[in-house]
Design a protein around this ligand. Structure first.
Ligand code: NAD
Length: 249
């Protein structure tokens, strides 16, 4: 407890799944948290039972102005930023033969452009020795049918994180990525697939994972807490797979 006492953390995609579980854990550990989400109603619903020092900000991460406003509202409320957790993402399924420019733009705007613009806005206000975290995925390390654009977006984000790690080194800011395997979150219901297909896909994933199950949002939140805290003070530039071993077999 209190591993992040008085640290200011911004979390995108904070109204659901991994982002919400992380917001809860960060608050329990004494952080001041800015929960960013695309829709006000979802943010309101998600934060009803949250306790601690937090604000919510409505921001569509694919929009430049929303990223600017997210950081501005954070700084207005809490001053500087210690932890930037860029977690929002989408994973719509599309076979490669059906990929459209619209699909590509949507996925890259949210999964790549969003984190890049948010980082640019946040850096002038980040405290030295701060921590930037990206939610990546193991998908760009292994091939999963139907997720070509999603995989490409996460691969791009990984490449970006490498350059960022080097560019912020003089300030002692650590840049790390978490690469979850299959995690039980609402994202599977948003892939644009019928429920029975999602369930079949889920069973397939679970049998492939060496630990034989999906992970939980809380398991990713624990990883984010560790990487953001001083306990990980010499961990920098890594992409940490949290996938029950799936990427290693
Ligand atoms: P989720 O659907 O519960 O959460 C995704 C969040 O991103 C939601 O809060 C959603 O509102 C937000 N979001 C989407 N588009 C947005 C936009 N334009 N602007 C602002 N917010 C937006 O799913 P999750 O599994 O918690 O996903 C979080 C991250 O984890 C994503 O980056 C995803 O790619 C990654 N991930 C998830 C899994 C998994 O199996 N669940 C595996 C690997 C990586």
């Amino acid at each position: 407890m209190n591993k992040l006492q008085n640290k200011v953390a911004v979390i995108t995609g904070a109204n659901s799944g991994i982002g919400l579980a992380t917001a809860k854990l960060f608050l329990e550990n004494g952080a001041k948290v800015v929960l960013a989400g695309r829709r006000e109603s979802a943010l309101k619903e998600a934060t009803t039972d949250l306790e601690g020092d937090f604000i919510t900000v409505v921001a569509d991460v694919s929009k430049e102005e929303d990223n600017t406003q997210l950081i501005k509202k954070t700084v207005d409320k809490y001053g500087n930023i210690d932890i930037l957790f860029l977690n929002a993402g989408i994973a719509p399924v599309t076979p490669t033969t059906d990929i459209t420019a619209e699909h590509y733009n949507e996925v890259f705007d949210i999964n790549v452009k969003g984190p890049i613009l948010a980082t640019k806005e946040a850096l002038p206000f980040m405290n030295d020795k701060g921590s930037i975290l990206f939610t990546n995925s193991i998908v760009h390390q292994k091939g999963f049918d139907g997720l070509a654009v999603y995989s490409a977006s996460k691969g791009a984000l990984r490449a970006y994180a490498r350059v960022l790690t080097s560019e912020v080194k003089s300030r002692g800011i650590r840049v790390n990525s978490i690469a979850p395997g299959p995690i039980d979150t609402p994202i599977y219901g948003k892939m644009g697939l019928p429920q029975e297909v999602v369930e079949e896909m889920g069973k397939g994933f679970a049998t492939q994972v060496p630990l034989g199950r999906f992970g939980t949002s809380e398991e990713i939140a624990n990883t984010a807490l560790f990487l953001a805290s001083d306990e990980a003070s010499f961990i920098n530039g890594v992409e940490l797979e949290v996938d029950g071993g799936l990427s290693q077999i």
